[in-house]
Design a protein around this ligand. Structure first.
Ligand code: PLP
Length: 445
């Protein structure tokens, strides 16, 4: 593929011509991105042949692991049979069968699937669905979205507007009229002496107060990740999702559960909303684990009751939402094969079985003084630096992510640094011995 181009030249072309996501603009042509050449299972190999454990599982997505020849064969077969056809005027077996499969796996009356190109476009579709529905119902003012600080929902204009990570908004103008943010739900941030139950009451009250302040007739949706993943694997207190859903139902506010990370196995279930947190939302967005990252695909899953309210009094109003690559047949085949592999190899059961070991190795890191908080669920984990670590400057603590990243890299482990945190979401096929291998490198780092 590289036609014998030297690694140095490739590096130069990458620096001079490729803009990577979240590039630091003062130095974008100086950064060296790690060239990765191949992968198998939970391991990656770089251009020098050095092996790494993939701690973040790509970007929380490579659930079935790398190098699956059965996946490659299914994809190749579909490319040869039919690589593309327009979703506006035609349909294909893979997209039809996948829509039915997702409807069967999704909770409650979430039976209607709109395929997108990834997570951001799934969130975009969810928010446009809410706009469309409220206009159809003659409630054009009911469109404000309540989102949460530290929430991440994507990089399109709409999805980034409802994203609550301040750092992700630098030099972008977002349409602030469309959104209000609730304060941090992280139990680690609760005042000294406050119980988790009281913290939950306070966080639920934040939502109630905001609805009262803005007015329920102006709020169209509440969007929440079951666990705030990119925000640092923040697990809301027990009961939070159920109680916030009840409040939304009371005020006819759509509950959008953003399961881009949590769906398709990360917590040991197809969807976390119902199986882990006991809620059936109005809309679920998913992507990533849907194809295990082999090809890009997302889905916005909409309940029957929302669909029924999309019609409105006028005839022939089109839901003009969609992408050239909506329901792409090759991507849909990848998703079907991914689900088949997960079923045949009982990957959900494996994830549930290995979770206690992964979490106990994670929590054993509390012996290190620089560690302030350790949290996780399923095969998700986060290490957060302690602000007042003895013998360490505040600057060092704030850079915990970058420091760990560098030290782990040397030892053959990739982690995902996030300021003063590092997060983990390894491929779900990881074995107990490989979990140990990963934590031995991490402890050493
Ligand atoms: N929603 C959540 C919860 C995410 O974590 C992400 C990406 O990390 C997105 C949406 C955006 O997905 P994508 O990058 O596929 O557009």
């Amino acid at each position: 593929m590289t036609n014998g181009t030297s690694p140095d030249l490739l590096n130069e072309w990458d620096r001079n011509h490729q803009i990577h996501p979240w590039a630091a603009m003062d130095a974008w042509q100086e950064s060296d991105y790690h060239p990765i050449e191949s992968a198998e299972g939970i391991y990656l190999w770089d251009a020098d042949g050095k092996r790494y454990i993939d701690g973040p599982g790509g970007m929380w997505c490579v659930n079935i692991g790398y190098g699956r020849k059965d996946m490659a064969a299914a994809i190749a077969e579909q490319v040869i049979r039919l690589p593309y056809t327009s979703p506006w005027t035609t349909t294909t077996d893979p997209s039809t069968i996948l829509a039915k499969k997702i409807a069967d796996l999704a909770p409650g009356d979430l039976n209607n699937v709109f395929f997108t190109t990834g997570g951001s476009t799934a969130v975009d579709t969810a928010l446009r669905t809410m706009h469309f529905m409220n206009n159809a119902l003659g409630r054009p003012d009911k469109k404000i979205v309540i989102a949460r600080e530290k929430g991440y929902h994507g990089s399109t204009y709409l999805a980034s507007t409802v994203t609550g990570k301040e750092r992700d908004k630098s030099r972008f103008d977002v349409e602030k009229r469309l959104v209000r943010f609730l304060p941090d739900v992280n139990p680690y941030k609760r005042p000294d002496g406050m119980s988790v139950e009281d913290w939950c009451d306070a966080k639920v009250a934040d939502l109630e107060d905001m609805i009262a302040e803005v007015g329920p007739d102006k709020i169209g949706a509440f969007i929440a990740e079951p666990i705030l993943c990119s925000g640092g694997v923040i697990i809301p207190p027990e009961g939070y999702h159920k109680r916030t859903l009840e409040i939304c139902r009371k005020h006819d506010i759509l509950y959008i559960s953003d399961e881009v990370v949590t769906a398709f196995g990360r917590l040991g279930h197809w969807f976390a909303s119902e199986d882990v947190f006991g809620i059936v939302p109005d809309i679920i967005t998913c992507a990533k684990g849907l194809t295990s990252g082999y090809l890009p695909l997302g889905a916005c899953i909409i309940s029957d009751s929302v669909m029924e309210r999309m019609t409105g009094p006028d005839e022939n109003v089109l839901f003009s939402n969609g992408y050239t690559y909506s329901a792409h047949p090759v991507c849909c085949v990848a998703a079907l094969k991914n689900i088949e592999i997960m079923e045949e190899e009982r990957i959900l059961e494996h994830t549930r079985a290995i979770t206690p070991h992964f979490q106990s190795r994670l929590h054993a890191l509390e012996k290190f003084p620089i560690v302030g908080d350790l949290r996780g669920m399923g095969l998700l984990g986060c290490i957060e630096g302690r602000p007042d670590t003895p013998g360490t400057s505040l600057a060092a603590e704030r850079k915990l992510g970058a420091l760990l990243d560098e030290a782990c890299d040397k030892r053959g482990l990739l982690v995902r640094p996030l300021i003063n945190m590092a997060v983990f979401s390894p491929p779900l096929i990881i074995t107990e011995a490989q979990v140990d291998e990963m934590f031995v490198l991490l402890e050493d780092a």
